[in-house]
Design a protein around this ligand. Structure first.
Ligand code: AHR
Length: 667
């Protein structure tokens, strides 16, 4: 039935028609720009490592994030031994829940809990709050484990997951069997009956007896590859979906430490988890306006797991090691040159851990941890954002030893915190003289900076060390609410800038956005690539930009010109083009950073025959301030349609503020 039209409806129709007319006129009046793509003229090769990711334990990236452990402070080693725990029970006799310290016997994990209960009627226990709660899924199995030694038998552990209202949403029991002075590991599993993003774990001690407990731990069964004690599968999947060429880890400033004592020491992060010495996370105290007093590094995600993660997602591992200098924004402590040996030895031993034969000391440990095959380490970073002559002096020492013993390992060296200025110029010159493998450049800048620097590498030295754009992100000015910083305005500026990296793929051979993850309830730094809570993740607009580049990188650059020139910002347009030789596919990327549409005529200069249709992938938003969110995770996401290829030409009306990728098969 045709609905009866009211006068109001008709008025509305006229108004819409008038708007469409103006809009059409606007479209007709649009600028036309011709781009020529010399598809048969292959220039620079694209390194398989070109687009990667950078993981740092910031914003609850590891503990409370990708490391799927649900219990916070599981071994009571935080500065306040019961942080994250709360005593349960109405009448807790003095000394019945005590923290003991066996620092001589086990210096890496000295503290443990002693439960001494004499009254079987008196229920006492501990509650763990998790990392901003525990994300629990209905129907899923949860694996609880604990180290114990039972001094007086008779206590059993009653485990209870409770939701925010205190309702039980899963329970299990653990009856320790062994008696005596030897530490044992026990495990039990149970299923959750409800989903809850902020559950807590109650551990009740029932009966009477005396028991020592340590490493109280709870993991979901659905970890990445179902590895016990493993990583959050949804977060790893986000990385795998990007098909990154490399993964840089573990930092970032976390490598440097606020002082040398709290630097990242990889050797303390391998071997049995219960022997990995916990330290404070530097982001715990770094920003006064975003305090995170419960932020520690348990190193459950340690160097073995980082290498394994790299292998799982098909990325080259790129570990960064301390160069003998703590963060120069903090203590700026330095190891004297004649005491640098420990630091250099850490590098040599890491190479052995990753690549060495299983009969070597560190290769053997790798094998014992379950990976006899080498991890094929090819590059490593010496220092993060270090600078000044002190850095160069130290780097020289590292380089001499690494070059002599492992000439096949490429060294990635720091060019400081900024992509310009005196410090940068000094380092850039020195690192080129030193002929390091890669110069690691960082740029946290406004979107305008990215837009106006798309030609940064057009005139770079082609012969010297390669560039690694190791950390970058567009920081929108005047936005201070973390997730809102990841807006479309920043992402499209990054997309524009990256055309310049791609066009100069002979110079820039690796690039990674930073930081990677942020927990909505525990972040210190924004913008970030992927936001998570205890149960969900979403990719920011920048994530989709990265993903489009990484999954459509091609194997060689082909020139793309407008008015005879590379397209790097003239009239608000940015473009680059590559060819994927094995797939016979031409990949054209173009950004229209204009408030008006632009008609793009893409002329393919090729002796080959393009198919009649190409894939058109569009990433756009109507508002530069638009963001993705947990409520609308795909508000901005790539949309794929088809577009005609006629007479070796694509004609596309490029929407305002849009990023396009055209994929054309050539036969
Ligand atoms: O990505 C966050 C921080 O930014 C990194 O730790 C550091 O390298 C940079 O300053």
């Amino acid at each position: 039935m045709i609905p009866h039209k009211t006068k109001k409806d008709m008025k509305g129709k006229h108004l819409i028609a008038a708007i469409l007319l103006v809009f059409n006129h606007h479209l007709q009046a649009q600028v036309t720009k011709t781009f020529t793509i010399q598809a048969d003229h292959l220039t620079a090769k694209i390194a398989p490592t070109m687009w990667g990711v950078f993981f740092e334990d910031i914003n609850l990236g590891a503990d409370g994030g990708i490391y799927a452990e649900l219990v916070k402070n599981r071994s009571f080693e935080f500065a306040q031994p019961l942080m994250g725990w709360q005593k349960l029970g109405d009448n807790i006799p003095e000394g019945s829940l005590a923290i003991l310290n066996r620092s001589q016997e086990k210096p890496n994990n000295p503290r443990f809990l002693q439960v001494d209960s004499n009254d079987p009627q008196n229920k006492i226990g501990l509650q763990n709050e998790g990392f901003r709660g525990m994300g629990i899924k209905r129907g899923l199995r949860y694996d609880f484990s604990v180290w114990y030694r039972q001094l007086k038998p008779g206590l059993r552990l009653h485990l209870e997951l409770v939701d925010s209202a205190g309702n039980t949403i899963g329970e299990g029991f653990l009856e320790p069997e062994a008696i005596g002075n030897q530490w044992q590991r026990a495990q039990t599993s149970f299923h959750a009956t409800q989903t809850c993003p902020k559950a807590k774990l109650n551990v009740w001690f029932e009966g009477q007896g005396k028991i020592d407990l340590d490493m109280l731990s709870l993991f979901p069964e659905d970890t990445w590859k179902r590895r016990p004690g493993g990583l959050r599968a949804d977060m790893v999947q986000r990385l795998a979906d990007m098909k990154p060429g490399f993964i840089r880890f573990p930092g970032g400033c976390i490598v440097e430490g606020r002082e040398l004592a709290s630097r990242f020491q990889w050797k303390k992060t391998v071997g049995p988890v219960e022997d990995r010495q916990l330290i404070i996370n530097r982001w715990n105290t770094e920003f006064q306006h975003r305090p995170a007093p419960d932020y520690y590094q348990s190193f459950g995600l340690g160097f073995f797991e980082y290498f394994q993660l790299a292998e799982d997602i098909g990325a080259e591992p790129l570990p960064i090691l301390n160069c003998g200098m703590a963060c120069q924004f903090n203590s700026a402590e330095q190891a004297p040159l004649d005491e640098l040996n420990t630091y250099v030895q850490d590098v040599l031993d890491l190479i052995e851990f990753a690549n060495g034969d299983i009969h070597t000391q560190w290769g053997k440990l790798r094998a014992q941890m379950g990976h006899p095959a080498p991890f094929h380490l090819k590059m490593l970073g010496v220092g993060n954002e270090n600078w000044g002559p002190q850095y160069i002096e130290r780097l020289e020492l590292f380089k001499k030893v690494i070059d002599a013993q492992h000439p096949d390992i490429k060294i990635v060296a720091s060019s400081g915190t900024d992509p310009d200025g005196e410090r940068f110029d000094f380092l850039n010159r020195k690192l080129r003289e030193l002929q390091v493998g890669f110069i690691d450049e960082h740029y946290y800048r406004s979107p305008e900076w990215f837009l106006s620097h798309a030609n940064r590498y057009d005139n770079y030295d082609r012969m010297g060390p390669k560039v690694f754009a190791g950390e970058y992100a567009g920081h929108p000015p005047q936005v201070t609410d973390g997730p809102l910083e990841n807006n479309w305005g920043a992402a499209i500026a990054e997309a524009a800038f990256l055309t310049g990296l791609e066009r100069n793929a002979d110079v820039v051979q690796m690039a990674s956005y930073a930081p990677l993850f942020a927990h909505i309830d525990g972040w210190q730094w924004a913008p970030d690539l992927i936001w998570v809570d205890n149960l969900r993740t979403y990719g920011t607009p920048s994530y989709y930009v990265q993903q489009l580049y990484a999954t459509n990188k091609g194997t060689a650059v082909v020139p793309m010109l407008a008015d005879g020139q590379a397209v790097s910002g003239q009239e608000g347009l940015y473009a680059s083009s590559t060819i994927d030789q094995p797939n016979g596919e031409l990949l054209i990327k173009v950004v229209n950073y204009n408030h008006k549409p632009v008609r793009g005529m893409f002329k393919l200069e090729t002796g080959k025959k393009p198919t009649k249709e190409a894939d058109q992938i569009l990433l756009t938003a109507t508002d530069l301030k638009a963001v993705n969110s947990f409520d609308d995770p795909e508000h901005i996401h790539p949309q794929t349609t088809k577009i005609a290829v006629k007479d070796k030409t694509i004609v596309a009306d490029l929407q305002p503020y849009s990023f396009y990728l055209f994929k054309v098969k050539l036969k």
